[in-house]
Design a protein around this ligand. Structure first.
Ligand code: SAH
Length: 228
């Protein structure tokens, strides 16, 4: 089983996706588990004032060296990671089974190959930044890998966490109903069709390519290769 530990200021933004469809089933079947840690739960007020309301607890501050926006403070994030895997990472036996991912638009590009290389871990921690990102000193507290999901900048690391969890989970043998659904294990075209063979829309008849109705497997595979 892989346990995904998500460090996020907005865990509620992830709920509906991970609790639907294949990811939901993978959790119910004990193939993966997903846990949340909100740095706000690990934040202390600047004055050590315990009476501050939850929302008032500080988790970000202005960047050193100037510049726009706010930076997520290191300590609440470090404490959240500590809670998730701190004990395990200090045991020589378990250390190699833990991966900590630091999301950053300038990190290493996430791909299917990277996803497969992550399947061997029992615990994967996903550090989701918000605002201008997370104070880089968290990377001194624990070994981590900077990962990007693509050449664009998102508002936070929550979508990248979903992308990584989804991609890894569907590649674990037994998660998909039919293991051949994993794309590179079969001939797959980019366009797919289902019943009925002809549909009508605004007076136009739209039909499924004839070859796909032929039952001729070699010809269908050739068509799919071209359609990629
Ligand atoms: N100025 C920052 C922008 C941070 S975006 C920078 O260039 O690094 C806020 C957070 O969203 C980041 O800390 C990261 O956790 C996440 N994020 C945004 N785009 C991402 C991407 N393409 N891949 C992975 N994480 C991303």
């Amino acid at each position: 089983m892989i346990t995904f530990h998500i460090i996020s200021l907005f865990p509620e933004s992830l709920d509906s996706y991970v609790n639907s469809s294949i990811l939901k089933r993978a959790q119910e079947r004990g193939i993966v588990a997903i846990k949340y840690y909100n740095p706000r739960d690990f934040a202390k007020s600047a004055k050590g004032n315990k009476d501050l309301s939850y929302a008032e607890r500080r988790v970000d501050d202005r960047p050193y060296g100037g510049g726009p926006g706010m930076v997520m403070e290191a300590l609440p994030v470090i404490r959240a990671i500590e809670k998730a895997v701190g004990k395990k990472i200090r045991s020589a036996k378990n250390r190699a089974k833990i991966k900590i991912i630091f999301f950053s638009p300038s990190g290493k590009q996430f791909t299917n190959v990277v996803a497969d290389s992550f399947k061997k871990y029992t615990d994967i921690v996903l550090v989701c930044g918000r605002y201008e990102g997370v104070d880089a000193r968290v990377k001194k507290a624990f070994p981590m890998t900077d990962i990007s999901i693509g050449e664009y900048v998102l508002t936070g690391g929550e979508l990248p966490a979903m992308v990584v969890i989804d991609t890894i989970t569907r590649r674990i043998p037994g998660v998909l109903g039919d293991d051949n659904s994993v794309e590179e294990r079969r001939v797959a075209g980019s366009d797919v069709y289902t019943r009925p063979p002809i549909i009508e829309y605004k007076g136009k008849k739209l039909s499924v390519p004839k070859v796909l109705l032929s039952g001729h497997h070699k010809k269908m595979d050739e068509w799919k290769k071209k359609a990629r």
